[in-house]
Design a protein. Structure first.
Length: 276
């Protein structure tokens, strides 16, 4: 059992989400930076899809009622533990985590996984629909499952921050925008606003000019969709995005770059590119 002494600014339980249920109106959710959760799980010998803790801007304190192997991946935190390597937390010890040196989201995996009650096949907290466990708060108790495998990886040095460049595929509604709008989207950087969250990264910068008025009938939305509301300020959809939407999508961020978007902080600059 792990007790949350302090969750930091925002912390949730996340696995790889609820794929395949969008036709029922259920968002996928899951870890915003899925590769980092997968890595943390591998480091402690877990299957990649087990639930861990997603920390937003660190600053958490966790008390371990039982000894456990733990690993951290994603945004590198100031702490007494190494990033990218499994470490042992004795029974009764408190793990104190500072803010990240760069990035926004850090993933904590514990050997055996976090075993809160699943909802629709996932233990993920969905901030949009409210499915899954509530966001962590002081006093939350997180049960830990039984180990399922051997620890086979001992070190995965964390990389430095990746350039804040998001490669996009144009469309499917680029015809709703003025000629040259996709190229204009890529011409100058945008700034991440404080309204960003697990639903999407809201940006401020050059207006993306439409060629049509009004809105579309609601249609399916995918992870990484760059949706443009009437303000002309783009939104990059993250893990908790709605399954449908009525604003036109000018492009879709390549899957490999969605984790880059998930690590953007308010105030960061980001560029789009149409190049592969």
């Amino acid at each position: 059992m792990i007790e949350v002494v302090a969750p930091g600014p925002y912390a949730t339980v996340q696995d790889l989400g609820r794929p395949g249920l969008a036709h029922l109106g259920v968002p996928c959710s899951g870890a915003a930076d899925a590769p980092s959760l997968r890595l943390a799980n591998r480091l402690v010998g877990n299957p990649e899809g087990l639930a861990g803790v997603e920390l937003t801007f660190g600053m958490a304190r966790l008390r371990f009622h039982d000894a456990a192997w733990v690993a951290l991946a994603g945004a590198p935190l100031a702490s007494g533990a190494d990033m990218g390597a499994p470490f042992w937390v004795p029974a009764g010890a408190e793990l104190r985590l500072g803010p990240p040196a760069w990035g926004l989201r850090t993933y904590l995996a514990v050997r055996g996984g976090i075993e809160v009650e699943p909802v629709l096949g996932s233990r993920s907290t969905d901030s949009l629909s409210g499915l899954g466990p509530a966001p962590l708060r002081p006093g939350t108790l997180l049960p830990v499952g039984r180990p399922l495998g051997e620890i086979s990886a001992d070190l995965a040095p964390p990389p430095g921050p990746r350039p804040a460049v998001l490669r996009i595929l144009p469309g499917p509604r680029d015809d709703w925008f003025a000629p040259g709008a996709p190229a204009g989207l890529c011409a100058r950087p945008y700034t991440v606003t404080q309204d960003s969250n697990r639903v999407g990264v809201r940006l401020r910068g050059p207006e993306v000019v439409r060629a049509r008025r009004g809105e579309l009938p609601s249609e399916g939305m995918v992870l990484g969709a760059v949706q443009v509301p009437p303000s002309g300020q783009p939104i990059v959809f993250l893990a908790d995005h709605p399954p449908t939407g009525g604003y036109p999508v000018i492009g879709v961020v390549r899957a490999a770059d969605v984790p880059v978007a998930a690590q953007l902080r308010p105030g960061d600059e980001v560029r789009f590119t149409l190049r592969g």
